[in-house]
Design a protein around this ligand. Structure first.
Ligand SMILES: Cc1cc2nc3c(=O)[nH]c(=O)nc-3n(C[C@H](O)[C@H](O)[C@H](O)COP(=O)(O)O)c2cc1C
Length: 193
C-alpha cells in the first residue's frame, strides 16, 4: 500500500461516505482499538469531525487523558477485524491488534498507533467534548491524514482499483460501497433558469 498525505482541506471526504472506522487510542504505555460507525465530518476548515464514544469503553479514559486518537478506515477484507474490535474490550483482550491480525503503524503527531491495513488513517486532536451521560460526543481536529493513493486520488475516493468501503447495517451485517455514480441533473437547463 502506498499511503501519501491527504490535503487537510479534503480530509472530510475520507469520512463523507460514512464508512465504519477503527478508532485507535494510546498513551505510549498502552494502546487499544474499538469499532465506531457513528462518525461524521463537522467542518471543512479547520477540518473537524465528530465521533460518539461510549464512556464505559476501555478506550475512553485513554482517549480522554491523551486528547488524541487515530481514525482508521478499513475495507471489506477487514470486516471480521472490525467486528472483533467492536465486540471485545481492551479490559479483557490484552492486544486487539495481534488478536485480530492488525499491524501498528506509528503516527506522526499522536501517541496512538494507526492501523497499517486500513486504506486511510487520520490523526485527530480533541477540540471539544459534549458529555451525553453514557456517551460523549467528541469533536476533534484532523491534524494529519494519509490514504492509499490507489484508492484516494484527486481529492476523492476512487473505486476503479477494487476499493470497497464498509458500512455497518446493524448486528453482524455490513454494506459495501464499490461504485461511483454521477448525478446528471442540470438546473441551469430548466425553463426560467
Ligand atoms: C460495527 C460496530 C460499530 C460500532 N460503533 C460504535 C460507535 O460509533 N461508538 C461507540 O462508542 N461504540 C461503537 N461500537 C461498540 C464498540 O466498538 C465496543 O463497545 C468495543 O468493544 C469497545 O472497546 P473497548 O472497551 O476495548 O474500548 C461499535 C461496535 C461495532 C461492532
Amino acid at each position: 500500500m502506498n499511503k501519501q498525505p491527504v490535503d487537510l482541506a479534503q480530509a472530510y471526504r475520507l469520512i463523507n461516505p460514512g464508512p465504519v472506522t477503527l478508532i485507535s487510542v494510546g498513551d505510549g504505555a498502552e494502546d487499544n482499538l474499538f469499532a465506531a460507525q457513528w462518525c461524521m465530518p463537522v467542518r471543512v476548515s479547520p477540518p473537524l469531525l465528530g465521533i460518539l464514544v461510549g464512556k464505559d469503553h476501555y478506550s475512553w479514559p485513554i482517549l480522554e487523558r491523551t486528547g488524541t486518537f487515530g481514525l482508521n478506515i478499513p475495507d471489506e477484507g477487514m470486516v471480521d477485524a472490525v467486528l472483533g474490535c467492536g465486540r471485545t474490550s481492551g479490559r479483557n483482550e490484552a492486544d486487539k491488534f495481534s488478536r485480530f491480525g492488525l499491524t501498528r503503524l506509528p503516527a506522526q503527531s499522536i501517541r496512538a498507533p494507526l492501523v497499517a491495513q486500513c486504506v486511510a488513517n487520520l490523526e485527530c486532536r480533541v477540540a471539544m467534548v459534549h458529555d451525553m451521560g453514557a456517551q460523549a460526543l467528541v469533536v476533534a481536529q484532523v491534524i494529519r491524514a494519509i490514504a492509499d493513493v490507489d484508492h484516494f486520488r484527486d481529492g476523492a475516493w476512487q473505486f476503479d482499483r477494487g476499493l470497497t468501503l464498509l458500512h455497518h447495517l446493524g448486528a453482524s451485517r455490513f454494506g459495501v460501497l464499490r461504485e461511483v455514480i454521477v448525478g446528471k441533473l442540470d438546473l441551469s437547463r430548466e425553463p426560467g433558469a
